[in-house]
Design a binder for this molecule. Structure first.
Ligand SMILES: *Cc1c(COP(=O)(O)O)cnc(C)c1O
Length: 394
């Protein structure tokens, strides 16, 4: 007997789905018909709207890129990270956070998480600082803010740069302030398909430092120096440009920005819906042998990019069996993340052992992420909760 043959079988509930509305579609069509499909007026407007969303404080600059990975690479390059340098980040992240350090020939120092928040442990950061350390990349895991006061204090004490990986953290607040305005050097957001807003592929690097902004803009597009260009536009023909560095091809297209313009307008509603579903999960799962996701303190905003559960030690099934049971019930799940110290490249490059990261390892072995997105319904949440209950109560 297969599930699909059963007359009562519900359709498969994917782990994630983007919510693309009529306005996004109309704006993309408008772009396609306009004759300007690469970076242009819509990408510029998306940057301005994004900076305004973050409060629009004077000097804040949002720089649109074609992925968060590109944004993180540009950020570290602008900060001058290179061979011989070390950058500290969490082992409990996606490889993009760390790979950009290697692009620049610098070394990654992975550290453990705080088991209560699943975010990078500030004490572990401090213990990992060496004379070679140049920067810290905190990741606001699942959309819960890192204790940035602690991270920024460590950075000040040791004269380190801070680049926030905010791929999950739109909109997230810490101490009442949005991630992107917390005082790090650069913050990078992702608009990948499963993130809280999407442009298909895309990202945004945010900074208040004009020199960093200028460098990222130059390196985003082949090392073309637009400032020199602008200064002389009155004197030189329109075809003239100057290359000042071997830059990258990281610009965001207007086709993608067209989606972003409307996704951004819906962001508050998206967050409210995700938060409502997260609260419903909390309520429905409270008596099961599960550790529910950590919550922000003091009324801060959680973006609820992910809803991550951990099995308690007395749970009657293991994580892998639980995921299989959910799939059998037609529900997609995922694991965030297989920690970097488990992957062959990172393990072998830095001779890492799971025992060096006991909290991340323990969380990984017990964790699963269940569906949480705006195209779900309350009934979908109840269905997932019921399937978890069946699997966990035998
Ligand atoms: C998605 C993600 C990235 C990369 O984002 P892209 O836009 O796909 O490059 C980086 N870090 C984390 C933690 C992510 O989840």
């Amino acid at each position: 007997m297969t599930d699909s043959a059963a007359p009562t079988a519900l359709p498969f509930l994917p782990f994630a789905l983007p919510e693309i509305g009529d306005e996004e579609i109309a704006e993309v069509i408008d772009t396609l018909k306009s004759g300007w499909v690469t970076t242009g007026p819509k990408a510029r407007r998306f940057e301005q709207d994004f900076a305004a969303f973050l409060g629009g404080e004077p000097g804040i600059e949002a720089i649109a890129v074609n992925s968060a990975t590109a944004g993180l690479h540009l950020a570290l390059e602008a900060l001058g990270i290179g061979p011989g340098d070390e950058v500290i980040t969490t082992t409990h992240t996606f490889t993009a956070t760390a790979e950009v350090v290697r692009y620049l020939g610098a070394d990654v120092r992975l550290v453990d998480i705080d088991p209560a928040t699943l975010n990078i442990d500030p004490a572990a950061i401090e213990a990992a600082v060496t004379p070679r350390t140049k920067a810290i990349i905190p990741v606001h895991y699942a959309g819960l803010a890192v204790d940035m006061d602690a991270v920024l204090a460590i950075a000040r004490r040791h004269n380190l740069k801070v680049v926030e990986d905010a791929a999950h953290a739109l909109p997230t607040t810490h101490g009442g302030r949005l991630v992107g305005t917390l005082g790090s050097d650069i913050t990078v957001f992702s608009f990948y398909a499963n993130k809280t807003i999407t442009t298909g592929e895309g990202g945004m690097a945010v900074t208040r430092d004009p020199a960093l902004a200028a460098r990222m803009k130059v390196m985003r597009l082949h090392g073309i120096n637009r400032d020199a260009f602008d200064r002389f536009t009155a004197k030189v023909p329109s075809w003239y440009y100057e290359i000042v560095a071997p830059g990258f091809k990281y610009n965001l297209t207007d086709i993608a920005a067209a989606m972003g313009l409307h996704q951004l307008k819906r962001l508050q509603d998206f967050q409210a819906k995700r938060a409502r579903f997260a609260a419903l999960y909390d309520e429905l799962l409270a008596d099961l042998p599960l550790v529910l996701p950590p919550k922000p303190v003091g009324g801060d905003l959680h973006s609820w990019h992910l809803y991550v559960l951990r099995l308690t030690d007395d749970a009657p099934v293991g994580r892998d069996a639980l995921i299989e049971a959910l799939y059998a019930a037609g529900i997609g799940c995922s694991v965030h993340y297989i920690p970097l110290h488990q992957h062959p490249y990172w393990r072998e490059r830095y001779d890492l052992q799971a025992s060096d990261f006991p909290h991340s390892q323990r969380a990984y072995e017990r964790m699963l992420s269940v569906p949480l997105y705006t195209r779900m319904t309350e009934d979908d949440v109840r269905r997932v909760a019921a399937a978890l209950r069946r699997a966990l109560q035998g």
